[in-house]
Design a protein around this ligand. Structure first.
Ligand code: HPA
Ligand code: ZN
Length: 332
């Protein structure tokens, strides 16, 4: 079994594998612009974040009913569990569904039906995090937060994703203030394609507790020092960074440098169906390409549980951390 880990940066829509996409398309009478799964896989050559997002939003057309979302999440949790994931904090993009006429309640109830039984079925504890699309107007994000109020017992926090460049975090200040007032945890994508300044802004203006990606912080030594001092978790996604051309190759990933700088980094899969692997594949990838030691891999696994939103269940966090300590590498 792979090392126990938490997955903290995972878009559930990005777990839609080609086979499931075609099965749902047939069931829902949706026509996909690709002939078959092989042709679809051919389209998985991205030049940047936007080229990925175009396909990602397009394929979502197959997700229509609560059962579709339940099936999608079940398939992810089964794969994640097989790769050592013990706790998953799952992102979803409500606006990408409501814009297509799928009600928010359908999405939340469909995902919850899977997440609520994930522990008993797959041995995975879960949280749900609702992300806002930063390339849509702030009014749409605010309306989405308002519409989510009946479901807040099932939603742990909010995030910010989609096209980053020219969409700075500060525009969403009022949304994050309202979310804080409602007791929601706050994260945001920053410093993936956008500059290090967006990481600062997410911390200072949005009050986020974790940064998703954040790898461009390495361009700003003062920021790196602050992130290390304040123990701000950065949820890195190495295979995603290669596929979206944020780094040239895994061997060039700044992960080891970031660990050496004392940053609290974690390794995650982002959109595993599109980027060539789930959480364990990302661990294996960085281990091989960057020559990480067992100590470093164990530290990454510890970090994932340290950074998890488990403040309401500290005994569980302690159990997971004990599993990491007890894990014997080389027995996978
Ligand atoms: N970045 C921004 N938005 C996203 C991503 C990502 O990596 N995946 C899904 N939406
Ligand atoms: Zn992401």
């Amino acid at each position: 079994m792979p090392v126990p880990k938490a997955e903290l940066h995972l878009h559930i829509e990005g777990t839609l594998e080609p086979e499931l996409a075609f099965a749902l398309a047939a069931r829902n009478g949706v026509t996909l612009p690709h002939a078959d799964t092989a042709a679809l896989r051919e389209a998985y050559r991205f030049s940047d974040l936007q080229s990925f997002l175009d396909l990602y939003y397009r394929l979502m057309a197959v997700l229509r009913t609560a059962e579709d979302f339940t099936e999608l999440a079940d398939a992810y949790l089964e794969r994640a569990a097989a790769q050592g994931v013990r706790h998953a904090e799952v992102f979803f993009d409500p606006q990408a569904h409501t814009a297509r006429g799928v009600p928010l309640g359908t999405v939340v109830e469909g995902l919850s039906a899977s997440l609520d039984r994930a522990e008993e079925r797959y041995g995975v504890s879960t949280r749900l995090i609702m992300c806002f699309l930063r390339d849509e107007p702030v009014e749409s994000a605010m309306a989405t937060l308002e519409a989510a109020k009946p479901y807040l017992d099932r939603i742990t926090g909010i995030g910010l994703d989609s096209a980053e460049v020219d969409h700075p975090p500060a525009a969403f200040r009022a949304v994050y203030e309202e979310a804080a007032r409602l007791g929601l945890r706050r994260v945001a994508h920053a410093g993936e394609e956008g500059p290090a300044a967006y990481v600062r802004e997410a911390l200072d203006v949005l009050g986020v507790e974790r940064i998703d990606h954040g790898l461009r912080c390495v361009e700003d030594p003062e920021l790196v020092e602050r992130l290390a001092r304040e123990r701000v978790p950065l949820t890195l996604c190495p295979l995603s960074n290669v596929r979206l051309r944020v780094v040239d190759a895994l061997a060039d990933h700044p992960l080891p440098l970031m660990m050496d700088a004392g940053l609290l980094v974690t390794v995650n899969s982002d959109d595993p169906a599109y980027f060539g692997g789930y959480a364990g594949d990302n661990f294996d990838g960085v281990q091989q390409a960057l020559g990480l030691t067992e100590d470093q891999l164990r530290e990454l696994a510890r970090n994932s549980f340290r950074a998890a939103f488990l403040e309401d269940d500290e005994p569980r966090r302690a159990r997971y951390l004990a599993e990491v300590e007890a894990y014997a590498f080389g027995t996978e």
